[in-house]
Write a new protein. Sequence first.
Length: 228
Amino acid sequence: MHLSKDLQPVLLELARAEHAASRPAQQRPEEQELARLVAERERIQSAASAAQMAVDDMELEILRIQEDERKLKRRELDDKHQLTAETDPERRKDLEHDRYAAKSRIADLLYELKEAHNEIAALRNNRDNHGARLDEANRKVEAAQRAVDALPAIEAVDPAGLRAQLPADVLSLYDDVSAASFNGRTCNGCFIQLPPAERAEVMAADEDELPTCPNCGTLLVRVSPAAE
């Protein structure tokens, strides 16, 4: 296939551009680090949210215990007031029993309240630790984002513009067999090092000719090893 030497780099650039477009975009190291830190921050955020929820639940439990304690204290006081005026033995017996039950339950609630206060202190400490980790994660993400923002923009290659520079017959064959560089030893279409005789045949083609790989049939654009 004839193609002027000046246009052969265009064909090679087209092949590389279309090959790159067919693959998922690869992240640069800075972008990979940012993605890793964002994922780590999400895990810490989830743990921090769970820690805060545990504190909230325990605070509600403490409020419940305190409200139950207040109700029982009012009941115990009401029983006490009724006993000062009650003369019926059976009624007094019921009031005494109810007052004893209330006082007993109050003692239990005070113990529960003490345990709850001890537990919430540990839960708040755990929440604060997760909050500090989340703050640190946010700082790392912000620094990584600045590093990504500072990266040079990747210039997109327009395959259509490259195709417009190439003859129709070359494009027709290229669409069937593709194109790759040849550094004098290896076809970069199939990545096979050709035997000496086949290498010599490829290199002997006129400079305005596009030889094909004897192994895979790819159009070969001859380049120096340093240009690879």
